[in-house]
Each structure stands twice: as C-alpha cells, then as structure tokens.
Design a protein around this ligand. Structure first.
Ligand code: UD1
Length: 440
C-alpha cells in the first residue's frame, strides 16, 4: 500500500504543466476498436486508468505501440476476444466503453456489468436501452452484458432520447452509431469537452458526426472507419485542482498547457470566491490568492455547469473561506465520502442528503486519512497542503488512476509531499483490506 505524507503550510509557487484528459483519452482509445487501421493518440496522461485501458485493448487482440511515453499507436486489425472481463471492469468502469465499438464493428460484445461504487449505484441502463433501440439484442448473463447486433450484423440508426445526461453513455452510443445503417440522433446528449474531442477523432477516422458539444448529436453511419492521428485535450479537472491548490495555499501558480474555456464554470466560481485567475494566453493561467476567500454556494450539474469532478476539491477550499457555503451534488447520490475525512481534520461540515454545508475558515490539522475515490483523494491532498502538521493519506492508488505524478508536480512548486511505499508487515486482518471498487 502506498501513502502520501504531506506537511502542510507551504504556499505553492512556480509553474505546473497540465497532462492530457484521462476522460477523453479513455473513449478515444476505445474508438480505435472501430477500425482495422492504426489510430495514433498523442498527449495521453501517464495514469493508471490508461494502463488499464491499454491492457484491455491488448487482451482482446489489439496491438499497442508506444513510440513515446504519451503516444499510443493502436491497431485493432485482429480482434480475437469480444469482451471486457470483470477483472478489468471492476477496477475501471470506463471499460464499458468497449461495448459500443465492438458491437458496431463485429456485431457482438460481452462486458461485465459494473457494480455500484464508492459514489453511487452508477448503472449503465441508459447505454443498454439505447443499444436496444439501435436494434441490438441485449441480455444479462452471469453478471455480464451480452449484446448482439441484429441479424444483418449491423446496428440500425434511430432517434434516441437519454432520460438523464450520461457522459460515457453518449460516448458509447456515438461510437456505436458511426458504423450503423442510416442516421442516429442522440437527444439530451452530454456536452462535455471530452465528447467533442471524441467526435473530432471519429470524424478524422471517417465518421460523420455533427453537433457534438450540443444536446443533439447526429451521426450518419458509414461502412468502415480508417486510421487517424489525434492529440488529446488537456485535463480540465487536473487544471481545476491546481487552481484550487494555488488558492488554498495562498500561493502563486502559472498553470500551462491547459484549456481555460473548458472550465469556465469553475473559473467563474473561484473568482467569485476571491481567487485571482488571469488568462495569460489561450493555454496558460496565472492564479494567485492575495485576498481572504469568501464562501459561495455551488451546485454540480452536467457541462457546462460546475462539474461533479471538482466538488470534493471545492469542499476542501471552502473550509478556508469566510462564511458558509452550501454544496449541492446533483449528479451522483453518494459523493461526500471526503467530508468525513475533512471533518477529522477539524472542518465544520454538515451533510443533509445531497447537500453539504461548510463553514469556515477553519485551521485544519494534519491527520491520518483514507482516500475513498479519485476526486476525494485530490480533496484530501488539498486539505493536507494547508493543514498544520503531518497528513498521511492512505490508498493513494485512487489518485494514481487519474492524476499524473501529482506528488512530483506539487513538490516542484514547493509542496512538502512524498510518496511512502510501505512493506506490508501488518497482520493479515489489517493488511488485506479489500480494494474498494474503483469508479470514475
Ligand atoms: C463520467 C466521468 C466521471 C464524471 C461523470 C459525470 C468518465 C470516464 N467518467 O462518468 O469522471 O464524474 O461522467 O460528469 O468520463 N446514469 C444512469 N444510467 C446510466 C448512466 C448513468 O442512471 O446508464 C446516472 C449515473 O448513475 C449518474 C449520472 O447518470 O448519477 C451521470 O453519470 P454519467 O454521466 O454516465 O457518468 P460516467 O459517464 O460514468
């Protein structure tokens, strides 16, 4: 088990570079399954989930070459297996993104049904209902989703309405529809920048996708897709996390290689709170925090509103703000696991269903903490940076899933943080903690 040891109280200062977006890289890697030709992806973040996705692609027969650390050349010319096994899906839910491409190109796919996770039940019923509308036969067998295209082997374009905005659902269907017969329309589609990035890649591969980034996406099916080369967009959540890190430590950071327009809602909210954020150029932000922070309410909602993936980090920041902030989580039903850890550091937080009220400012004190999911871990790191004394965060494998070398990046701008590799000598009852099912 690895831990982070943080000694808080240092203002961050310097320059940090943002990595590629994990949530864009994952569907783009899955999209390579739609073609027998090579798809080259640049700017992939070097994080655990990308390694897992690569393993999935290789396990089912694709070849993945890595000429450079952040470039993958994926060729799915000889697919032998048409499934994402439980072993992979349980560590990364985004493996369900294999379903759309496999079903569309080969007419069959088997994906283990992801269970609930730390932040909610997270079903994929909307994906499955939409595949059925495209003519697929979808059944559940021994915990697996087994999907087959209609007799002719090809999905049939249809108009689909998602009852709820789903990011990976939109991506899965968008990919499936590229090879369907006729026109597919996705209504109430997710508008996240990662959707637009995926659509851009698909169009480079020869797909006909229009309207990505809006609530209505039209996909005209084509016979086959070819190879393409594509650079993944910067990670907006990593960007937001570093803005929060500068703010919470009253630091001064230049954040480069980012795309500020992808996190306008976060920037607007943090400016309201008193963080000074200046766009130096289209890919660089300057963040500092000379003033007292003022508490402001926030509600998480699908893009372009405030992202649920920034909620935990925002909560950590609100512990340092003057006044009370109400944080409403509308996307996931159980996404306040970080609150109890922050309370152990002295934060004043009360939870009522999907609403959390944080009153500050509070002088946090370092404590041993347990990370429960990816973004919750980031929130605990932020709290550790401002707490007095030592904070030890256990189960940092959660953060490694989505943040590229976060401790190295933070150390380079002045944080006192180190990764501790513990040899497991504790009795089995303590050492063999079951891994929480990973989620995002
Ligand atoms: C993606 C992101 C995750 C982010 C989330 C919301 C990736 C790999 N992950 O997750 O970081 O937090 O979007 O912005 O891109 N739902 C259903 N049925 C479905 C699908 C979803 O009820 O079939 C519900 C979910 O339980 C949740 C809500 O819809 O309450 C949104 O989920 P969704 O947008 O699908 O999240 P993910 O795509 O899994």
């Amino acid at each position: 088990m690895e831990k982070f040891r943080i000694v808080g109280g240092r203002a961050l200062s310097g320059r940090v570079s943002i990595s590629g977006a994990k949530n864009s890289a994952l569907p783009c890697m899955a999209a390579a399954l739609l073609s027998s030709e090579t798809v080259t992806l640049h700017n992939l973040p070097y994080v655990r989930d990308i390694i897992t996705q690569r393993r999935l692609l290789e396990d089912i027969g694709a070849t993945v070459l890595t000429p450079e650390l952040r470039t993958h050349k994926i060729t799915a010319s000889h697919i032998e297996l048409f499934e994402a096994p439980y072993e992979l899906v349980r560590t990364m839910r985004a493996s369900v993104l294999a379903l759309g491409p496999l079903l569309a190109r080969f007419g069959k796919a088997k994906v283990s049904l992801p269970g609930g996770c730390a932040i909610g039940t997270r079903p994929i019923d909307l994906h499955l209902a939409a595949f059925t509308q495209l003519g697929a036969e979808v059944k559940l067998e021994a915990g697996n989703v087994i999907a087959r295209a209609p007799k002719a082997g090809r999905l049939i374009g249809r108009e689909i309405h998602f009852d709820k905005v789903t990011v990976t659902g939109t991506e899965n269907l968008m990919m499936a529809a590229t090879l369907a017969h006729g026109l597919t329309v996705l209504n109430n589609a997710a508008c996240e920048p990662e959707i637009t990035d995926l659509a851009e890649l698909l169009n480079k591969m020869g797909a006909r996708v229009r309207g990505a980034g809006t609530k209505r996406i039209e996909i005209e099916g084509v016979e086959a897709l070819g190879g393409a080369e594509h650079t993944i967009i910067p990670d907006r959540i990593e960007t937001g996390t570093f803005i929060a890190a500068a703010a919470i430590t009253k630091g001064d950071l230049e954040i480069k290689d980012c795309q500020p327009q992808h996190l306008a809602s976060v920037i607007d909210k943090l400016r309201e709170v008193g963080v000074e954020i200046e766009e130096i150029n289209p890919s660089t932000l300057h963040v500092c925090c000379p003033k007292t922070l003022t508490a402001r309410d926030v509600t998480t909602e699908p893009y372009p509103e405030f992202p649920t993936d920034m909620q935990a980090q925002y909560m950590a920041l609100m512990t340092q703000a003057e006044g009370s902030a109400v944080i409403e989580e509308t996307v996931f039903e159980n996404r306040f696991m970080h609150a109890s850890e922050l309370q152990r550091m002295g934060a004043h937080i009360s939870i009522d269903g999907r609403s959390a009220s944080v009153t500050g400012p509070t002088a946090l004190t370092g404590a041993p903490l347990l990370a429960s999911d990816l973004r919750a871990s980031a929130s605990l790191v932020l709290a550790g940076l401002v707490a007095s004394g030592e904070t030890m965060i256990d189960r940092v494998y959660h953060i490694d899933r989505g943040y590229e070398k976060i401790e190295a990046k933070l150390r380079a701008v002045g944080a006192d943080i180190e990764r501790i590799r513990e040899s497991v000598t504790a009795p089995l009852s303590q050492a063999a903690q079951p891994e929480m099912v990973a989620e995002l």
